[in-house]
Design a protein. Sequence first.
Length: 276
Amino acid sequence: MEKFTQRVTLDGRYGKLRNPSLAVDALLKGGSTLLRIHFHFPFEFIKSPMAVPQKPPSVWLCWLWLLAGVIAITVAWQTLDGPVDTDLDATKNHALHTFAWWCSKLAEGEVPAAVGIFLSVLFVLSRRPAIAAKIFFVMLTCEITGMAALILRILVGRTRPLADVPQGIYGVWYHGHWIIGKYEFSSFPSGHSATAMGLAAAAWLVDRRWGAIAALYAGLVMWSRIALQCHHLSDVIASAVLSIPLAILCKKLLLPTIESQFSRFNSTPAISAGKT
């Protein structure tokens, strides 16, 4: 019986693999050839931290964030809403009330939409489509988070602080009537705060400097909603819990497409020379 030996060496992008560790003798079926294979395998690579790809912790972080958010909302709802609503009440201070009103006005959906579209067009015309794409993404994200809060608060039907009915959650039906879209029953979560927090989170994801400024804006909006007695503390906390993961999801799903579309504005159209 003829015998021969074959040495197999695995090579890859990590360099030649060393440390021969295993030899296998296999009698091939249908023949008399004995094949001896020596495997050279990188045990030092297995022991390295990169040997086994780690699963991204995004799922666990999401669940942890939601759990922390539920706890924060529950604590605020049960113990802090009443005292904070009273302490931050600005309805009896004309100057403070006016300032809070303007802060809230800046978070109405059409305001960031108009500003975002204007700045996007401006930077496109300035031949800076990369910045225009980021601004458009931030604008689009804050509109999505605001819309998500709007839909949720319609379904929850929580009373606002100055509602004429007992405080509570009423859903979409109260005393034989639909209450969908009724102002008194649309407190949880805050749509203005969700819009502002979505804008701040999206801005932070694309540029830390923009994010820091936007976070200040979001904080003022959240304060204004309580100061105007339009929302409870737990309402604005719920807006943050909702908006931040939505902004992260929007970055994964929307930002690459937006940047790809805006990058087309960076190309100069070719000028074809006509023949005379």
